[in-house]
Design a protein. Structure first.
Length: 316
């Protein structure tokens, strides 16, 4: 097996921390009989995709390549999109980012286990569904509308105040809720009309948000669709009907805690076709996209995801 470690340097407030992890990896493999590993750094969005393709070309024929995304949700998204469709690939997440939402499916108390390099190298994998949209893939969530606008605002604030957020990490989770406030007073977002076909059934209408979940956790500490599992072949989908600014503000705290408000439709889906005359603001695993129409599908067991300590999605 070839082991490829891909670092996002922006996930580390101190360079010495990243250097320590690199040294730990080197020390571990120097003790192995036939070490086959590579340490790479991703310097810009989607850089990891090219890195992975190059690393695959140096693997032996039919050799399994295990890719370790070291950082947060952003580098995991890039590594996922680098491996989907390639044979003999596995994916691991090493949580050092501001958010590592997908790993929360195993329990927040288990996340530190995924920092153990030795445990990750020897761990087994779980067949894991992914969300396909356009030419991209997400492993955790895809949202459109109000919540996507919150991520846009949050990312903008993060770029301007990254130093503060690195020093006071708990502010990052609070920032998501604060960033949602502007959307509450944007009539076009709260009452956007969508043409939606879900598994050949028409659900067209006005919605404030569309939340499509492959995993239960998002937004740092949110879990609006707690029953979502990344191995059931289903995309749990929530359609949030408009309530206006005050009504939305009233139900939002319970909504993000997994208590579905009466104005919402909660569905199970395999394929969704969504379009609107207004631009679609799409958030997928924290990454932002804009489009006028989108087809979203579940790809069952598309990825082999590394789970330490014999953890399973059933124990989430």
């Amino acid at each position: 097996m070839k082991h490829v470690f891909v670092f996002n340097p922006k996930s580390f407030a101190q360079k010495t921390q990243m250097e320590y992890i690199i040294d730990t990896i080197g020390q571990f493999f120097r003790k192995q009989e036939k070490p086959h590993f590579s340490i790479q750094t991703s310097y810009f969005p989607r850089d990891a995709i090219g890195i992975i393709k190059r690393e695959v070309t140096t693997a032996d024929e039919n050799e399994t390549v295990r890719v370790y995304a070291i950082g947060g949700d952003g580098i995991l998204f890039d590594c996922l999109n680098g491996i989907v469709g390639l044979p003999n690939m596995e994916l691991a997440a090493v949580p050092y980012g501001k958010t590592n939402d997908f790993l929360r499916v195993f329990g927040t108390d288990k996340m530190s286990l995924f920092k153990d390099i030795g445990a990750l190298v020897s761990a087994k994998t779980l067949p894991t569904d992914v969300i396909s949209f356009g030419s991209n893939y997400a492993i955790n969530t895809l949202t459109i509308g109000m919540e996507s606008l919150a991520v846009v605002n949050m990312n903008s604030f993060s770029r301007k105040h990254s130093g503060l957020l690195n020093r006071v990490s708990f502010l990052y989770n609070r920032l998501f809720s604060i960033s949602a406030l502007p959307a509450l007073f944007d009539h076009n977002v709260l009452f956007q009309r969508y043409n939606i076909i879900i598994d050949d059934v028409d659900f067209s209408g006005e919605y404030s948000a569309i939340n499509i979940a492959n995993g239960p956790c998002y937004g740092g500490d949110k879990s609006a669709i707690p029953m979502a599992r990344p191995d059931d072949g289903i995309l749990h989908t929530l359609l949030f009907k408009p309530l206006g600014a005050i009504g939305t503000l009233f139900v939002l705290p319970n909504y993000v805690k997994g208590k579905t408000p009466s104005n919402c439709k909660l569905l199970q889906a395999k394929k969704l076709e969504i379009r609107s005359e207004q631009p679609l603001q799409i958030q997928a695993d924290g990454e932002i996209f804009f489009d006028t129409n989108i087809t979203v599908e579940v790809k069952p067991a598309a990825v082999q995801f590394v789970a330490v300590d014999n953890l399973t999605y059933g124990k989430a």
